[in-house]
Structures are given as C-alpha cells and as structure tokens.
Design a binder for this molecule. Structure first.
Ligand SMILES: Cc1ncc(COP(=O)(O)O)c(C=O)c1O
Length: 422
C-alpha cells in the first residue's frame, strides 16, 4: 500500500481545525508536532485509570509502573537500543543534556578537549560550553561549508586525530539547514581517537529510521514532542557507559539506569503518551510500511514495523521536500539555506530554511500567519549556524518544516501565499 496521507490525517484531530473559516496549515513542525489519537487515548487512560507515583504495592502504582516500563521498551524499539534500561526519560532534550553533561564531566580533566559543531542547535552546545568553562576544557569547533551545507569529513578527521578530544557532541539532522550528517563516519573517527560521541537526533528521529547500533555512537538524545508525542525528552546511552556515569541524584533514588538519571517524579502521562506514539508508528508500519519491512532483516516484530514506518515516512517526505524546494527556487529573490539539488534530497530532512532578498523573515512569517499558515523565523536556536551564514543581523531565516501529515496541497498553498510576499 502506498502512503495514504488522508488516512494518516484522520488520526490527528488538530489537523482539521479551522480559525475564522481558514484551515490551519502546520508547517511549524521542527518546533513541535501535533499528536495522533493513540497519544491522546494513552494519556487520558493513564490519568483516569492508573495515575500514581512509582513503586507502590497498590493497583494504580503497579499499573502505572507497567506503563512506564512499556514506554521505555517502546523507545528502545524505536531507536533499536539493546535494552529498555538504556532509555532515560526527562523533561526535554536540553534538560537531559545539561544533566548528563555534568555526569560526563566527572570523567574529564582540566585541559581535555571537546568537539562541538557550528551546525548544532544550542541544546547541544550550551551545556558543553558551561561544562568547558567549569572544568577548564578546550573547545574545538567543526564548521560546515556554507555552500554545500555539509561538514568536511577531512576536517572532522583532522580535528579528531590531532587533538586530545575526549567527547564529540554532534548533530544528526540540522534544525536550520536540514542537512542529515554522516554520524556513523564521524563516530568511527572519534572512536579511533577514543573520544565519546554524543548525538543530538532531535531533528532526525521524526523523519527516518534511527538505529543506534548501526550509528555506533555512545549517547543519543531526542524529543518525543517533535515526533508526534507529548512534551518529553529521551536519552539513550550504551549500558556500559550509563553504568559508569555517576548520576546527580538523591540518595533514595535507584543506583542503576534509568532510575538514577530520572530525577524526581517524571511526567508519567508524558511517558504514556510516548507509548501512544510508538503504537501509532507501529500502525503506520503495519498499514503503509510493508514494502520497507524487508529492508530491516536484522530486526523483528515491532522494531521491524517501526523502522518500516519511518522509511515510508521518509520516502513520502522526500516528495514534499522536492515540491517545496522546486517551488521556492521559482520565487524571485529566494535563497534556500540548505541542500537543494533534487538528486541530493536524501541527504536532508524536509525542514527548509530560506531568506528573501531585502525582506525580513519575521515579516514573511507574519504574512503566512495571517493566512493561518504556521512557520518559524529567526535563528531557531541554531545560533552558530546563523552566525556562520552571516544572517544574524538580517533576522535569520524563514523555516518551513513539513512532516508526514502535511499534504502537497498545503505546500502549494504556502508557495502561493509566499508569492504575494515578494
Ligand atoms: C536539533 C535540536 N536539538 C535540540 C532541541 C531542543 O530540544 P528540547 O526542546 O527537547 O530541549 C531542538 C529543539 O528545537 C532541536 O531542534
């Protein structure tokens, strides 16, 4: 079965909402996505039937803990983690990164180096800069080419081999340029120098199959609210490393992962909702991903279906990217700030940032908002990338971010409105 976007849309109540007769067009997805009914049902059911704190002897607590275990297992399946104990839930990616960076700091010494990138969202920069300041670490920067919007892997290799780098914090897909990076190769290079690799996958997980075994990295973070779930963050780490890291925790909390990293009482309804996303994606895999299931011979059961779902989504989104980029290229004065050759679209997610000559990005975002079309503008926390592209003083970029529930009609309508802004 091919990708049935109208069937997909029926699962998302927010997508049919109108304001003053105007349909909402959600192209703000890199900032956060809408949720399917599977998520709403799970959250409602949790709060009505099993709402309780952790580790009690009584019915609601026992059932609540079962939901939390299932949510950890669900995320392990989505990311192809070895065990559910490798999955740590938290408030969001940024909070988890701040917390784990402190634990990693205990393994580092004054004078050690860390590698950061100029393509990352500040969630994968700020925590490490604070750590560097506190511990006296040396920060090395990997820039990207502002014409190809990709890293130079030779530069990455030489940075990683010539410096005493202990940690590389890199991004999988950029929330600004949309580039998908070769995380696997960079990880191999880093490991040759015995550096640990921390991957920000917040903008990749919504758009493609994520396999931490294949990537080979040590830690990876993502945010369920960017892939159709509630406001939550998830950290995955290799068991051995999570075991070794000392957590900043209260004394009665567990001494093992994930409990030692999940400080205080978690958002149980958030974890229930995340389990709802896994169930939704399993449904996508079952109904629209059958053609892709054979691509994952090493996976079975739900893992296979989840990977197949994400492959079906990826293929459909490339069609949307292609339409969007082709349309933008026809508009006078528009410059796409990311990979835009039709043959290269598999190396990007559909998040497309662009500038318009002599127009402020905020003005364009406002004009689209007036038509009930939701897009982002500015730096979108990718401060380094915006500075490297010298766009800070001109207000950054306009960012259009479709996901698998958007339609080609929505893209065309957005392009029509954009024409009137030039
Ligand atoms: C690439 C990337 N990393 C990190 C973050 C921060 O995520 P969170 O809001 O979960 O802290 C975002 C949010 O937009 C992002 O796009």
């Amino acid at each position: 079965m091919s990708f049935e976007v109208n069937t997909i849309r029926e699962h998302f109540p927010a997508l049919s909402l109108k304001d003053e007769g105007k349909q909402r067009i959600y192209l703000d997805n890199p900032g956060g996505t809408q949720v399917p009914r599977h998520v709403l049902r799970r959250m409602e059911n949790y709060l009505i039937n099993t709402n309780a704190n952790h580790a009690g002897m009584f019915r609601t607590s026992v059932e609540s803990d079962k939901v939390l275990e299932e949510a950890h297992q669900g995320m392990a399946d989505l990311l192809n983690a070895k065990t559910a104990d490798e999955i740590v839930f938290g408030a969001n990616m940024t909070t988890l990164t701040f917390a784990v960076s402190r634990s990693i700091g205990r393994l580092l010494n004054r004078g050690d180096s860390i590698l950061l990138t100029q393509m990352d969202h500040d969630g994968n920069i700020g925590p490490w800069l604070h750590l560097a300041e506190d511990l006296g670490l040396d920060v090395k920067w990997l820039k990207f080419n502002t014409e190809t919007y990709e890293y130079d892997l030779n530069e990455a290799a030489s940075l990683l081999s010539e410096n005493d780098i202990k940690l590389a914090a890199i991004n999988y897909a950029s929330n600004c340029t949309g580039t998908i990076n070769d995380v696997k190769s960079i990880t191999e290079m880093a490991h040759r120098s015995e550096a640990m690799v921390f991957v920000d996958a917040v903008q990749y997980v919504p758009h493609g199959p994520t396999d931490v075994q294949d990537l080979g990295c040590d830690l990876l973070v993502c945010s369920p609210y960017k892939f159709f779930g509630p406001h939550q963050g998830v950290l995955w780490g290799k068991s051995e490393l999570l075991g070794k890291l000392e957590a900043y925790k209260v004394r009665p909390a567990d001494n093992v992962s994930p409990g030692k990293f999940e400080t205080g009482t978690q958002s149980h309804e958030g974890q229930a909702g995340t389990l709802g996303v896994i169930e939704y994606l399993e449904w996508v895999g079952d109904t629209m991903g059958t053609d892709f299931q054979g691509n994952f011979p090493e996976c079975s059961g739900r893992r296979k279906k989840l990977h197949a779902a994400m492959s079906a989504i990826q293929q459909y989104e490339q069609f949307l990217s292609s339409r969007l980029i082709e349309g933008l290229q026809k508009l006078d004065g528009v410059e796409i700030r990311g990979i835009s050759m039709q043959d290269d679209l598999s190396r990007r997610v559909p998040t497309v940032s662009f500038t318009v000559k002599n127009k402020n990005p905020q003005t364009i975002a406002q004009k689209l908002a007036d038509e009930n079309i939701f897009v982002w503008h500015g730096h979108n926390y990718a401060l380094e990338a915006i500075q490297l592209m010298k766009l800070e003083d001109s207000g950054g970029v306009v960012r259009i971010g479709p996901v698998h529930y958007n339609t080609v009609e929505e893209i065309d309508l957005t392009l029509d409105v954009l024409k009137t802004c030039l």
